[in-house]
Design a binder for this molecule. Structure first.
Ligand code: NAG
Ligand code: NAG
Ligand code: NAG
Ligand code: NAG
Length: 252
């Protein structure tokens, strides 16, 4: 084998090993796209999710939700919402104040969720939410799907894109005690056709990996100062940062 060919083969092997180390292996049958991470040795450590006996789970500050789907191309993941406690208008995650995300991490609650709160107190009317007797949630509460909440004091609707916090879907005893969240809901459809309640989260794409010396970077990048004062493995001139792949790729 000519020497140049041997070098090429070695480069390919090293490249394949490095690239493989960055992506986590599948959880059960579900592939884990970069930057999501199930162990300390793969993915990006700010994007931790959990593989529990072949089932993917998402940990919030104080709770855990099963992951239903992951869409790496638009950085979205969908989790199951907390179930209702039997025969009550209370969701099981009320004690942990609903879904509370760690605001130092790159995950946020997507604006594609339509959220309806149930069993709310008077205090909710002071938030920018429709809790009036003519709120669209009233009709839903009066449907057979939600009979469990019919006797609760009031409901409030939170429509697409109007969430007040990107890091929480908040429930508290003094506000509301239950919710249903629907992703990309078309509310003109009859209730029976509404999708299963789920919550969509999005993640911000990762910047170049941090470094303190060149050895932390691969051959496509150099450890340099960035405008925000940190050092990162910035791509060499003929490469550009492909955040979805988590590596420098050949520029055009
Ligand atoms: C509403 O929430 C309160 C407080 O958790 C609970 O005691 C009550 O049963 C709930 N209402 C209904 C109709 O389930
Ligand atoms: C969530 O967990 C943190 C620490 O793990 C604790 O300080 C906090 O009180 C918890 N909050 C709720 C609402 O359970
Ligand atoms: C809602 O989800 C779709 C993908 O299903 C996405 O293209 C769109 O940007 C999302 N909109 C918002 C406001 O997040
Ligand atoms: C929502 O559903 C109604 C009733 O089926 C339909 O006419 C409308 O086109 C749907 N809207 C969207 C954005 O899918």
């Amino acid at each position: 084998m000519p020497v140049t060919m041997l070098v090429l083969v070695m480069v390919l092997i090293v490249y394949t090993v490095c690239a493989a180390a960055m992506h986590c292996s599948s959880c059960g049958n579900t592939p884990i796209p970069y930057p999501l991470s199930t162990t300390t040795t793969c993915g990006h450590q700010s994007y931790k999710i959990r593989c529990d006996k072949g089932v993917l789970k998402f940990d919030t500050l104080n709770n855990t939700y099963p992951i239903i789907s992951i869409s790496p191309k638009d950085q979205r993941l969908v989790i199951a919402q907390s179930p209702f406690l039997p025969n009550t208008c209370v969701t099981a995650d009320l004690p942990t104040q609903g879904i509370q995300l760690d605001s130092s991490l790159p995950f946020t609650v997507s604006l594609n969720n339509t959220i309806i709160f149930f069993n709310c107190t008077e205090i909710m009317s002071s938030f920018s939410m429709d809790c009036t007797p003519t709120s669209p949630c009233r009709a839903y509460v009066n449907s057979p799907q939600m009979s469990v909440c019919r006797k609760s004091p009031r409901c409030c609707s939170y429509y697409k894109g109007s969430s007040s916090s990107l890091y929480a879907l908040r429930l508290t005893m003094d506000r509301c005690r239950a919710y249903k969240s629907f992703v990309n809901l078309n509310s003109s459809l009859p209730f029976i056709k509404w999708p299963d309640p789920t919550v969509e989260l999005t993640w911000a794409l990762p910047p170049e990996p941090p470094c303190t010396k060149q050895a932390h970077c691969d051959s496509t990048s150099t450890c340099r100062n960035t405008p925000d004062g940190t050092q990162r493995c910035l791509c060499k001139s003929t490469f550009i940062w492909d955040a979805a792949a988590g590596q420098c790729v050949k520029g055009k």
